[in-house]
Design a protein around this ligand. Structure first.
Ligand SMILES: Cc1cc2nc3c(=O)[nH]c(=O)nc-3n(C[C@H](O)[C@H](O)[C@H](O)COP(=O)(O)OP(=O)(O)OC[C@H]3O[C@@H](n4cnc5c(N)ncnc54)[C@H](O)[C@@H]3O)c2cc1C
Length: 279
């Protein structure tokens, strides 16, 4: 079996791998770039199964890489969506306190939002919260007008289209099983082919630690995944939620907490089978 040779091979056709390939080709159109993806479609993992929220960056520590990159990514995402006719809706969100003990954290989140340069965020009373979301009981909230929604499957599909127009390749059904570095570059084995590249980018999402350990067994990296569950509101109950409703996150956990989001298109319509569990 002959070895296919590239300048850069990217592992994973999620949003990170696709965006990396597209932007590298925009900067250096002569590069020979291929993506290797184990599934038979792009964006089947996190990218195609997330909440579809365009985050504003309110939660992050001011000045941190996360805060800086979230703002930059937010602006670039909206610009890309506008340029490529991808629908989005800057509907805003509320972060809701329901217990007195959450008020200090809510205040901290508000202060971070101000420090991160979010315009128009404001603390709102229980009555003002009800004007926005009539079925929310709160003791106070923060309104974040910048938060929005988009269909990240559509964004990923557009990245894939552009990167291929620019000469990039997407090889689906290629599960990477081995990565060996040498002075000349990197040999990448999949279940059915061997590839060689001068540079290798690992964008395998929740599996990126396993890919890293294929070339460096001693690498001190480990992804700690968490299982989550989605419920889709019964059509008759959709009126209960107008836009995005989040709790004050519990600082004990690295999540935003159980939240309600509106999607641009009904999530279950994107799936091959109807997984709705009405509540
Ligand atoms: C439940 C949930 C909700 C979220 N909500 C939001 C949100 O609302 N807004 C937001 O901005 N972010 C959200 N995120 C985060 C966001 O979805 C992720 O940060 C982003 O999708 C990560 O993209 P990725 O390309 O790194 O990973 P992925 O999309 O997971 O892509 C990794 C790819 O690597 C491939 N791969 C893995 N192993 C191999 C292998 N051995 N060989 C070849 N290919 C391989 C996989 O098949 C996959 O296609 C959410 C995440 C989760 C889990």
């Amino acid at each position: 079996m002959n070895t296919k040779r590239y300048d850069i091979i990217i592992a994973g056709a999620g949003i990170v791998g696709l965006a990396s390939a597209m932007n590298l080709l925009k900067i250096k159109p002569n590069l020979k770039i291929a993506i290797l993806e184990k599934e038979n479609k792009i964006a089947l993992h996190q990218t195609g199964n997330n909440s579809g929220v365009i985050h504003s960056g309110i939660y992050y520590k001011p000045g941190s890489q996360k805060a800086v990159n979230c703002k930059l990514g937010y602006d670039k995402m909206l610009q890309f969506a506008r340029e490529n006719d991808i629908p989005f809706d800057i509907c805003g969100k509320i972060i809701v306190a329901t217990q007195t003990k959450e008020l200090a954290s809510l205040e901290n989140i508000y202060n971070r939002g101000v420090a991160n340069g979010l315009n128009g965020i404001k603390k709102i009373s229980a009555e003002e919260t009800k004007e926005m979301e009539p079925y929310v009981q709160s003791i106070g909230s923060v309104w974040v007008p910048q938060a929005g929604i988009i269909d990240y499957k559509k964004v990923a599909a557009k990245y894939a289209e552009i990167m291929q127009e620019l000469g990039g390749e997407i090889n689906l059904g290629h599960k990477i099983t081995g990565v060996k570095e040498s002075n000349e570059g990197v040999a990448i084995e999949t279940e059915n082919q061997t590839f060689f590249a001068k540079k290798f980018i690992n964008a395998c999402g929740l599996y990126s630690d396993k890919i890293t350990k294929m070339s460096n067994g001693d690498a001190d990296v480990q992804i700690i995944p968490f299982r989550g569950e989605y419920y889709v509101l019964n059509k008759k109950k959709e009126y209960l939620v107008k836009n995005l409703i989040y709790p004050v996150p519990d600082p004990q956990f690295p999540f935003l907490g159980v939240h309600y989001t509106r999607m641009l298109m009904q999530y279950w319509l994107l799936l091959e089978k109807d997984i709705r569990k009405p509540i």
